[in-house]
Design a protein around this ligand. Structure first.
Ligand SMILES: [Fe+2]
Length: 142
């Protein structure tokens, strides 16, 4: 598991969602790297892809709500980063369908998704926790 406890924000709901995202993205990569045929992989990937499209949006919304609730000053900028990511995921899945499930596209996507998740959770999301600590606002009211 690539998740590290130092990624925790101290907000149980958000931390649980982050862990689930790591779990799903890693499972996604495991399928991509497994030895089965591309057709078999594509079947398994489809479920994860659909799940991610829904779950990511839900998680971003919850995280943004939390940021608002503590008066996080980077809220607008952070929301923009989230929106860009959602656009990216939707764009890739559209291209994937249009290309009739192109493997290279998904391999590239898997790598980018993991890199984005680690960078985002380890850096950008930690700024929220730093702010909450500085301000002495509780991260546990959610
Ligand atoms: Fe975030």
């Amino acid at each position: 598991m690539l998740w590290k406890d130092q990624y925790e924000l101290g907000v149980p709901l958000i931390d649980a969602q982050h862990k689930e995202l790591f779990r799903r993205v890693e499972a996604f990569l495991q399928v991509l790297r497994s030895g089965v045929s591309w057709d078999d992989k594509a079947l398994q990937l489809n479920d994860t892809l659909e799940f991610m499209k829904g779950y990511v949006v839900e998680h971003f919304r919850d995280e943004e709500e939390y940021q608002e609730s503590i008066g996080y000053p980077g809220y607008e900028a952070h929301k923009q980063i989230h929106n860009n990511m959602v656009d990216y995921v939707l764009e890739v899945s559209k291209q994937y369908e249009e290309s009739n499930k192109n493997e290279d596209l998904m391999q590239q996507f898997g790598g980018r998704l993991l890199a984005w998740l680690i960078n985002h959770v380890a850096a950008e999301d930690q700024r929220i926790a730093n702010y909450a600590r500085e301000k002495g606002v509780s991260g546990n009211d959610k």
